[in-house]
Design a protein around this ligand. Sequence first.
Ligand SMILES: O=C(CO)[C@H](O)[C@H](O)COP(=O)(O)O
Length: 228
Amino acid sequence: MSADDQKRRAGEAAAERVAAGMIVGLGTGSTAAWFVKALAARKLPDLRCVPTSEATAELARELGLPLSTLEDTPRIDLTVDGADEVGPGLALIKGGGAALLREKLVWEASARCIVIADAAKVVKTLGRFALPIEVVAFGHKTTANRIADVLADHDIAMPARVRQAERGLVRTDGGNLIYDAACGAIHDPARLADDLKLITGVVEHGLFLDLADEAIVGTDDGIEVLTP
Ligand SMILES: O=C(CO)[C@H](O)[C@H](O)COP(=O)(O)O
């Protein structure tokens, strides 16, 4: 079974957790897209959906899901989103799709958060996937130097690299840049999260700690449900 089939299974199982009338946060990425499609197919009445990116908003609109914003619906019942890594205690790395800031805002406004993933995303130690860090464009090279200092303090020798696309630097929906930090292994995610947040110019990082209530992992046999 392919990773995409596993993502579909996880997304479809998560869509079953949604009830009529809920305010639902819609994640970003290929796994979250399976959730959005499965949710739309259920045609539940009176949903309001808060997308975490322009890409997800477009997909949800095409599928006829009623959209709202965090401004209009600041309290969300349930958010379902993908992840790049799912570690012990459901500590996550997110932001591979460059939507980490909006994602974290929506997750933190949610009464419940479910992360959905294929089996390969589950790891014993976070850090194999490069950690995305969202940085304001103004003075970003200076900010990158300060990020490198913090990483070195965490025994991570490799400086973070700015994310490039074919036509230049990747810009987030908010117009910021993404730096990816190839950490290898993150031994103290909470301390790294705190240290990165203290850097002026860092808008947000992709460590999602103590936010996921449940993980639904698609496997070759079905799904596996993990709790923190
Ligand atoms: O955090 C994210 C976007 O910012 C995604 O949820 C994450 O990158 C996983 O993506 P995919 O489901 O395509 O593997």
